[in-house]
Ligand binder design. Structure first.
Ligand SMILES: [Zn+2]
Length: 113
């Protein structure tokens, strides 16, 4: 929802590469998102179908709560992106990490030590 129309500036707001922002760039290939996935130790392999890519990423992650981690990670990338576009807020990895940890902490009662 609320993806920008083709008439608008579709340059990625999260990286200096002036890359065209589409879903694949924003959530997977963007320099900012790549740092997020590296931090979480989740690998998205290229050249696979979406379902194969998901299975391979879950396998490489090797931890429980893969789905929750991916959703909250991507959600917080989306929020930073919107903050940058609509409120001209700074987007830092530290802010992403703080927000991600804030959001994932309520699930921690389900985690084993
Ligand atoms: Zn980018």
């Amino acid at each position: 929802r609320h993806w920008r129309s083709p008439q608008e500036d579709n340059t990625c707001p999260l990286c200096p590469a002036q890359a065209h922002e589409d879903r694949n760039h924003l959530f997977f290939t963007c320099q900012f998102s790549s740092r997020v996935w590296n931090f979480l130790q989740i690998q998205w392999l290229a050249g696979l179908s979406p379902s194969e890519c998901l299975i391979a990423a879950r396998k490489s992650f090797g931890q429980p709560f893969f789905k929750e981690v991916v959703y909250l990670a991507a959600w917080n990338v989306w929020l930073l992106r919107n903050g940058r576009i609509f409120r001209n807020e700074r987007h830092t990895f530290a802010a992403w990490r703080r927000n991600f940890i804030h959001d994932i902490t309520p699930l921690s009662h389900r985690f084993k030590p």
